[in-house]
Design a protein around this ligand. Sequence first.
Ligand code: PSV
Ligand code: MN
Length: 430
Amino acid sequence: MTSLPLSADLIAETNARDAVALEEDYAALGRKLDRSGIAIDAVKARVANFSVAVPSWGAGRGGTRFAKFPIAGEPTDIHEKLEDCAVINQLSRVTPRVSPHFPWDKVSDYGALREEAASLGLGFDAVNSNTFQDQPGQAHSYATGSLSSTVAETRQQAVDHNIECIEIGRQLGAKDLTVWVGDGTNLPGQQDLARSLDRYLDAAAQVYAALPDDWRMLLEHKMFEPAFYSSVISDWGSSILAAQELGDKCQCLVDLGHHAPNVNIEQIVARLHRFGKLGGFHFNDSKYGDDDLDSGSINPHQLFLIFNELVEAELHPRGGFNPSYMIDQSHNVTDPIESMLSSAEAITQCFAKALLVDRDALHTAQDGNDTMMAFQALRRAYTVDVSPIVAMARMEAGGAIDVLTAYRDSRWRERKSQERKAVGLGAGIV
Ligand code: PSV
Ligand code: MN
């Protein structure tokens, strides 16, 4: 039986305050879109089917290598994280899956954890392995690498951990294994750049061989950090080459923060799709590097352009279109629930805007080399305020029209601060 964390009455009360205004805004937007031949209810139906997963680790306050500033009522284990994720989904109705990270979310009974999540209205998304940190009592250190380590026993340990993650994921009902390694170097000459990739590919092939038939292995690239001179899987080029070598069940995952500044991420998305290797996303935003800021907070236009490519890719699947969508952010100074509510809304709005693009006008302008009209086809969609569509879809699914006000009215964090144990201080990028 499902038992959601917030009272339905509370959501209904806050919705009652906003419902008339929403109806008016929705009707006005419906008339505007109708003039362009767009049926607002059809867009709303697509939005209602959209979803994005949340990361279990995102439910806690993040930190930098300098400090972490915990808040009272923060979750300290996977059970409390699931509760918070259920709050996000209950209000937003767009985040029904949680992506777990191991060993951070380790428990003794994964069947029970799956049931616990289901009772909160949640399922599990991709499982994430962690070979970028050492754990207490671990036999071999990852300090100088994991899947690409020069030490055979360390590589084997990393392979075994990934295979264990697949086994855990099977019990949780997941279908994807996301592999991000921090492997790389900090000084020129530290490792042979070609041979470290050979070792990575060899070890990754052992993980790939353990994938069930209906699973995918998603390779997440990252340009720098923790390695500051070279990373083994540093960019989408390394990622797609590795994915092509490993096989059809291996695809690439694009974390928006993991590129060089000003890289054209939407073009990377189109390229990966072109070659059947677009596996998924970690949504976040960044200004300087991998800052893990809230999605759409710095460059919402880029997020829209990415969704424009995704909508285009779905229309022209080229043999498949099944990218997994997930948020991956570090909430250093906000309540993580609030950041994820706000981010889920920003992501869904960009998807909705991309649905509004007049594709015939765009393609005609593109084919005729009418640069300005091609751009205007995108601009017209981007400038529409789609918030009534997203809010209406959410309300009809049982969520809140104004997610942040409803969350604050629930006093969730204050109530949890009475029940949950305090999180320790300390630094660490997680
Ligand atoms: C690495 O920066 C990353 O984006 C990977 O997805 C990790 O699994 C995650 O952050 C958590 O640290
Ligand atoms: Mn990530």
